[in-house]
Design a protein around this ligand. Structure first.
Ligand SMILES: Nc1ncnc2c1ncn2[C@@H]1O[C@H](COP(=O)(O)OP(=O)(O)O)[C@@H](O)[C@H]1O
Ligand SMILES: C[C@@](O)(CCOP(=O)(O)O)CC(=O)O
Ligand SMILES: [Mg+2]
Length: 395
């Protein structure tokens, strides 16, 4: 099979409000980040499928003939785009040698890759090499799993000819149309399901569309009128697993439904109030009162997230250290460690920001000001990335 080589990228995300609640049908507001995952797919004639994942120190290859044995004899259609094929996942777990409850970083990345590869190329498995490299910290709440899944979906759909390349001759970087992005998003969601267990779909939606999104039960709305927000990102560097944290919230809901459900309702109201405030700020000149509301919402939500059991002492420290400088923070993503966001007000002085960053670095955290609203999934010409500082295996 003649496949089309390609290089794609997708952004990470920060959730402003609604993490965890969004898994249970509540509203989340999420923004794309200027940190991306890049994937290069190359055609080979080795009769092998190779995957290079330097961020997680994983370099593997399989014979195409061996992978063919995983396809059903009947020629029945494999996992369609709307549903995870439980039988294929079970076979892949056996093949990779992992149990159902595995949290192993490598196994989940490999399972997601093989699943999408087998489903998209089911008719004729090609030999190829896929290399992925990310600017995002892995497993820290910034949606690295979704950016990885979006890249896998975009590259394999494109290489198989299922979606056309959006790049014209003169272009270095281009984006797909709505129909193609819809398909990429759906396959990426299946990748997220393999990595997360029970994802809401908000992360892969941001990785696909980029920008600032409102997300509720699969309904994605781009917020076009929002003020330019300045945000500090802090990585506590405490490792955690989204899958475990999401399952923990579900357990708490089952144990104390009358206590936890109202908290999730309240998180929903926080997201809606934040959306309303952002819309007001974009239509009028943002006032200090608007920022006061945004700060209060951050504090309220951080308490809620602690109540549902996804806080961490390092995140408490983040909130205390930034509050000592007059700034408000909350965890972002699954919590339990990982990253937090801090809102910067327009009048916040440079020296305050620099001192806050230094305080947080002194705690052993990484901290930087981020730019939000980056483009969603893109295809690049090899030329576009030549001076980009990406590792040579991608160029
Ligand atoms: N660059 C990457 N290369 C390989 N696997 C990745 C990469 N980024 C993310 N992953 C996969 O995603 C998992 C992390 O997902 P998750 O626990 O949801 O955290 P995050 O908040 O970063 O999305 C990793 O264990 C790995 O399986
Ligand atoms: C906790 C959750 O709301 C976000 C998880 O984000 P991350 O994997 O921690 O980047 C889960 C989800 O929405 O699927
Ligand atoms: Mg994730």
């Amino acid at each position: 099979m003649q496949i089309k080589e390609c290089i794609v990228s997708a952004p990470g995300k920060a959730i402003l409000h609604g993490e965890h609640a969004v898994v249970h049908g509540k509203v989340a507001l999420a923004v794309s980040l200027n940190l991306r995952t890049y994937l290069r797919l190359q055609a080979t004639s080795t009769s092998k499928v190779c995957i290079n994942l330097p961020n997680i120190n994983t370099f593997l290859s399989w014979d195409v003939a061996v992978l063919k044995q995983l396809l059903p004899d009947s020629g029945a259609e494999l996992g369609n785009v709307n549903e995870l094929d439980a039988e294929l996942v079970r076979m892949l777990r056996n093949f990779v040698g992992v149990s159902n409850g595995t949290l192993d970083t490598r196994s989940m990345a490999i399972l997601a890759f093989l699943y999408i590869y087998l489903c998209v190329f089911a008719k004729e498995l090609p030999s190829l090499t896929v290399s992925v490299w990310s600017e995002l910290p892995t497993g820290a709440g910034l949606g690295s799993s979704a950016a990885y899944s979006v890249c896998l979906a975009a590259a394999m759909l494109s290489a198989s000819g299922t979606i056309p390349s959006p790049l014209s001759d003169q272009e270095n970087t281009a984006r797909w149309g709505e129909v193609e992005m819809e398909l990429i998003n759906r396959w990426a969601f299946q990748g997220e399901r393999i990595i997360h267990g029970n994802p809401s779909g908000v992360d892969n939606a941001v990785g696909t569309w980029g920008g600032i999104l409102r997300y509720r039960s699969g309904k994605i709305t781009a917020l076009s009128r929002v003020p330019m927000l300045r945000i500090l990102l802090t990585n506590t560097k405490v490792p955690r697993s989204t899958k475990v944290l999401v399952a923990g919230v579900k357990d708490k809901m089952n144990k104390f439904p009358s206590i936890i459900n109202p908290v999730l309702e309240s998180v929903d109201a926080v997201s809606c109030t934040c959306e309303q405030t952002l819309t007001e700020m974009a239509s009028d000149t943002p006032t200090p009162e608007h920022y006061n509301v945004l700060e209060e919402l951050i504090d309220i939500n951080q308490h809620h997230l602690n109540v549902i059991g996804v806080g961490h002492t390092t995140l408490d420290t983040l909130c205390q250290v930034t509050l000592a400088r007059g700034l408000h923070s909350k965890l972002t993503g699954a919590g339990g460690g990982g990253c937090g966001i801090t809102l910067l007000r327009p009048e916040t002085e440079c020296s305050v920001i620099q001192n806050t960053i230094q305080d947080l670095k002194d705690c052993g955290y990484d901290c930087w000001e981020t730019r939000i609203g980056a483009a969603g999934v893109q295809q690049h010409s090899p030329l576009a990335l030549h001076d980009s500082g990406l590792p040579s295996l991608l160029l």
